[in-house]
Design a binder for this molecule. Structure first.
Ligand code: GLU
Length: 598
């Protein structure tokens, strides 16, 4: 979200790209930040100008990429509270320039110890809960991993404490920030759910209605929570007074005596306990890794399916794409490879997928067994079946899988003057999470456990993403760092539920295969084929590419307003950065560099 006058639009008509020109200087206050900035000395891109300005300030004052990422992320918890915050989880990917190595933190939410496969089955009728009923409940809340992630990142790779990272965000929460149209819309969309809880409506429905655009929104409770954690440490959150409040919110949802608006479902309590919070553990899995021509692509391992699916689809494109491919051929392969990768992800990827299977799915030999199914002239009938991991040739048919889409989450990308990079996607799942602000603490809880499949989806085969005790739901978050000839080339990520995978893929494809600059690759209209009958596309994509793709047998579902809200940084050969956020999606993002000139 951002407050900016309209900027000059350059148009790259053949690919439907309209890119906002960067502002003359990206170095001013938050309001001066546009979606693109290039220069030196460090760079940052987030969806929000206040968060970008806070991160930029850290970079300017000698902080490294991790310090800036934590400060920006904590600020996003204030200004983008419906997408992410300390009530949720995420995946942090870090490139260490000195060691030339990529590490990750899995800060995914975790289910309660009592969680069973039938967790989202209504005992009254034996049927899965409706999504909305499961979402706005205590049941959907997993143990949040976000604070633990920030703390571990600060300790392992940062130069400043977590406390230092929380302070600027606490100041933003006390001082307040301007409500823009995106923020107001997100409250409006959630008004019925938010209106059920005093703690939520007090902050986000002042006077019983969504806050007006241009007003200042303050969250003193969240400021106090950040300051308390800064003083006393994360133990306060996982074992102390905040843990008490979080657990009572889950077990006894703070439903208002007289709610604002009506909610069609009972608001069910959840099972999370203080013991679940106290035993929360981060994981530090190796990144997924694959090659695409001279690029090395690092992504997030399980419990995210993001790294696996991005790598598998890229490998399939690399294997299948003819040397003389046209732009339409490339889009055709992008859509077909996405569908095949989604079929495999749905069948084979969950929190407990073995690393042997992960390696197989991101391998060139697996891509060859899948790419052989693509007909260059004709789209496959969707859903396509998943591949058989034991097959020796082109894999045979079985049963297709489901598709899903979320709209919440946020992503940020930071690079520092030393060449370290942070690519971080974090979320509370749906926009507005489970709609419950922990009373007196100012933050919304996640509904991440609804990322589990409520009932088996794979026919007679095992479903890898059913709930289980202490299990993490499968994610699609795809924070990605790409090296070219061994040196940083591109870091990118996006929100968007399962469409995250295709957005990351499409931006990469636009940049690497379709000859676009990074800002063009970000702005170009998007489409997502997640192994369902109709491609989900922005209207501009369908208008531009629909006729040629339909001629090849592709079908389009109803248009969607927008896909993703990505951020990215490209590393130029001369040691510079191109920081890039969305020009318009989700209200437009904010990019900045430390020195616009060398
Ligand atoms: N909960 C989703 C995931 O982990 C992200 C939600 C979204 O981006 O909308 O994949």
């Amino acid at each position: 979200m951002r407050f900016l006058p309209a900027l000059t639009a350059l148009s790259l008509t053949t690919l439907g790209v309209a890119v906002a020109a960067p502002p003359a200087s990206a170095g001013g206050g938050a309001a001066a930040l546009g979606p693109t900035a290039s220069g030196y000395g460090g760079a940052i891109a987030t969806v929000d100008p206040t968060a970008t300005a806070v991160g930029l300030d850290v970079l300017r004052h000698g902080g490294n990429a991790v310090d800036a990422a934590i400060a920006a992320a904590a600020t996003l918890g204030v200004t983008e509270p419906f997408s992410a915050g300390i009530g949720g989880g995420g995946f942090f990917v870090y490139y260490d320039a000195k060691r030339r190595s990529v590490s990750t933190i899995d800060g995914r939410e975790t289910g309660p110890a009592t969680m069973t496969e039938k967790y989202f089955i209504d005992p009254a009728d034996g049927l899965p809960y409706d999504f909305a009923e499961a979402r706005v409940s205590g049941l959907s809340v997993g143990v949040p991993g976000t604070l633990a992630t920030w703390e571990a990142a600060a300790r392992k790779w940062g130069t400043r404490s977590l406390a230092a990272g929380l302070r600027p965000a606490a100041d933003v929460a006390s001082r307040g920030f301007p409500v823009d149209a995106t923020f107001r819309q997100q409250v409006t969309d959630n008004a019925a759910a938010f209106g059920q809880f005093d703690s939520t409506r007090e902050i986000y429905l002042p006077g019983g209605a969504p806050p007006a655009v241009g007003t200042t929104l303050r969250n003193p409770d969240l400021a106090d929570t950040y300051r308390l954690i800064a003083r006393k440490g994360t133990g306060e959150f996982y074992r102390g007074a905040i843990a008490d409040d979080l657990v009572s919110t889950v077990q006894d949802p703070p439903v208002a005596d007289v709610p604002t608006g009506t909610w069609a479902y009972p608001i069910r309590p959840g099972e999370l306990t203080k013991a679940d919070l106290a035993r929360y553990q981060l994981r530090f899995p190796s990144p997924t890794r694959s090659d695409y021509e001279n690029l090395t692509v690092y992504g997030m391992n399980t419990p995210s399916s993001g790294g696996i699916a991005v790598s598998e689809a890229l490998n399939i494109i690399e294997k299948g794409l003819p040397a003389s491919a046209t732009a339409t051929d490339k889009l055709h392969y992008y859509l077909e490879a996405s569908a095949l990768a989604f079929a495999d992800r749905n069948r084979h990827v969950g929190a407990y997928t073995s690393q042997q299977v992960v390696k197989q799915l991101v391998s060139d030999s697996w891509a060859a067994k899948r790419a052989c199914q693509i007909d260059p002239a004709k789209a496959l009938v969707k859903p396509v079946p998943p591949g058989d991991l034991t097959a020796s040739g082109c894999t045979p048919a079985a049963v297709g899988g489901p598709t899903e889409q979320g709209q919440s989450t946020t992503n940020l990308t930071v690079a520092d003057r030393w060449g370290n990079i942070v690519e971080y996607t974090f979320t509370i799942e749906q926009t507005g999470g489970n709609a419950m602000v922990v009373p007196g603490r100012g933050f919304l809880l996640n509904n991440e456990l609804t990322d589990f499949n409520f009932a088996p989806t794979q026919g007679t085969a095992a479903d890898p993403n059913l709930p289980g005790p202490g299990k993490r739901p499968r994610s699609s978050m795809s924070p990605t760092i790409v090296l070219k000839d061994g040196k940083p080339f591109l870091a990118l990520g996006s929100p968007g539920g399962a469409t995250i995978i295709t957005t990351v893929l499409q931006v990469l494809l636009n940049r690497v295969e379709l000859g676009m600059t990074l800002p063009e690759a970000m702005a170009a209209p998007r489409a997502s084929q997640r192994n369902s009958a109709g491609i989900q596309a922005e209207a501009a994509f369908r208008t531009l590419h629909g006729p040629e793709l339909i001629a090849r047998g592709h079908t389009f579902g109803p248009d969607v307003a927008e896909l993703g809200a990505a951020t990215a940084i490209e590393f130029t050969r001369r040691g510079g950065y191109i920081a890039s956020a969305e020009p318009t999606r989700r209200g437009g993002g904010a990019a900045a560099v430390v020195h616009p000139k060398r």
